[in-house]
Design a protein around this ligand. Structure first.
Ligand code: NAD
Length: 310
C-alpha cells in the first residue's frame, strides 16, 4: 500500500514519521523549498514526545513527484489556503479508489476535495496531535491524539475502517467518530476562540483566561459557532462548551496557539477564513448572524496586512 503525505510541514511530517516508523511505504510531499531540500539531503529529524528520531523518508517536491508514483491513501496536511493547489498537484498520482484523508483544521474542506474525488473516498476528521517546525527538516510531534475520523456518506464507512486500522498500527490513535460533524464543530469551537483571540491580543491561553473581557469574547464567539453548527445538525450546549474551553485554556495555559506562532512569530498568513470566516460565511448562507466571528476575521486580516504576512 502506497501512502502520500501531501503537505509535509509540521503535522504532515509528524504523521509521515509515525507511518514510516511502523513500516508503511510512505512519501512526504511538500512545496516549501527549505523543508524539501533539508529532508532530501539530511532526512527528517523529529522529536516525538521528547525522544529524537531520524528517518530517511522519500521526499518529493509537488512539481517533481515521479510519474510512476500512484498512491492508495493520501493524507492532506497543507494549510487550508493551499488545499486546492495541493489537490491539483496530487491528482495525477491518484487511482480511481484512492482514499483522501483530511484532518486539517477548518470547515467544509470537503466542498473543495469533492471536485477531485467522489465523496465516499473522502475520510474527514480532526486531531488533537500537535506539531511544529523547529527549523526546516527538524520538527516535533506531541501528544497522543486521537485522530477522530468518519465518512461523509454511508458508502465511505469501509474506507474509514481502513484508515483507522492504519492509524492504529502506526500508534496515531485512530478512532471512528460516531458523529463526524459534531467532532468537527467542537474543534472549530477550540480553534475559533483561542487561535484568533491570542493572535489579536498577542498572549498565551492563560492570559486570555485572566481577562473577563476576553472571556466574554470567547463566550460570544462560541455562542455564534454553536448556532451556526445547527446547519450541520449539530446541537451543542453553549454553556457546556464555554466551560470546556475555559478549562482547556487553563490546562495548557503557557501555550501559544498555532495561529499566534504563524502570524505573530513567523508573519505567515493564517487559516482564519476557514475557521471564524467560514462560520460567518455559513451563517450568511443560512441567515444566521455571526457578526463577532466576521469582526474577528477582519481583525486577523488587518493584522496580516500590518505584518506583511506571506
Ligand atoms: P505547516 O504550516 O507546518 O505546514 C503547511 C505548509 O506550510 C507545508 O507545506 C510547510 O512546509 C509550509 N511551511 C511551514 N513553515 C513554513 C514557513 N515558515 N514558510 C513557508 N512555508 C512554510 O502546517 P501544519 O501545522 O502542519 O498544519 C497542517 C494542517 O493541519 C492545517 O490545517 C492545521 O490547521 C492542521 N492542524 C495542525 C496542527 C498542529 O499542531 N500543527 C494540529 C491540528 C491540526
Amino acid at each position: 500500500m502506497k501512502i502520500a503525505i501531501a503537505g509535509s510541514g509540521a503535522l504532515g511530517s509528524g504523521f509521515g514519521a509515525k507511518l514510516f516508523q511502523h513500516g508503511y511505504d510512505v512519501s512526504l510531499i511538500d512545496g516549501w523549498e527549505p523543508q524539501v531540500t533539508s529532508i532530501q539531503q539530511e532526512g527528517l529529524h523529529i522529536d516525538i514526545n521528547g525522544s529524537m528520531y531520524h528517518f530517511d523518508i522519500p521526499m518529493y517536491r509537488f512539481s517533481q513527484i515521479p510519474q510512476s508514483e500512484v498512491y492508495d491513501i493520501v493524507f492532506l496536511f497543507p494549510k487550508s489556503m493551499q488545499l486546492k493547489h495541493v489537490l491539483e498537484d496530487i491528482q495525477p498520482h491518484l487511482h480511481n479508489q484512492t482514499i483522501i484523508v483530511c484532518t486539517m483544521n477548518g470547515l467544509k474542506h470537503e466542498r473543495v476535495i469533492r471536485n477531485y474525488v467522489e465523496e465516499y473516498r473522502i475520510v474527514r476528521g480532526v486531531t488533537t496531535w500537535t506539531a511544529g517546525i523547529d527549523k526546516p527538516g527538524r520538527t516535533h510531534l506531541m501528544g497522543s491524539g486521537p485522530v477522530e475520523i468518519g465518512s461523509l456518506v454511508p458508502e465511505g464507512k469501509d474506507n474509514v475502517k481502513v484508515v483507522v486500522d492504519i492509524l492504529n498500527k502506526a500508534e496515531l490513535n485512530g478512532v471512528e467518530s460516531d458523529n463526524l460533524h459534531q467532532s468537527i464543530w467542537k474543534k472549530i469551537c477550540v480553534n475559533g476562540t483561542a487561535n484568533a483571540l491570542c493572535s489579536i491580543l498577542e498572549c498565551n491561553l492563560a492570559t486570555l483566561n485572566d481577562s473577563s473581557y476576553a472571556k466574554n469574547l470567547i463566550y460570544q464567539l462560541t455562542q455564534e459557532i454553536v448556532h451556526v453548527a445547527t446547519t450541520d445538525d449539530v446541537y451543542l450546549n453553549v454553556d457546556e462548551v464555554f466551560e470546556y474551553l475555559i478549562n482547556l485554556n487553563e490546562k495548557v495555559g503557557p501555550h501559544y496557539p498555532s495561529m499566534y506562532q504563524d502570524l505573530i512569530k513567523d508573519h505567515r498568513k493564517t487559516e482564519i477564513d476557514y475557521i471564524n470566516g467560514a462560520v460567518a460565511q455559513l451563517g450568511k448562507e443560512n441567515n444566521i448572524p455571526a457578526p463577532v466571528n466576521a469582526f474577528v476575521t477582519n481583525l486577523i486580516h488587518s493584522k496580516e496586512n500590518q505584518l506583511n504576512a506571506q
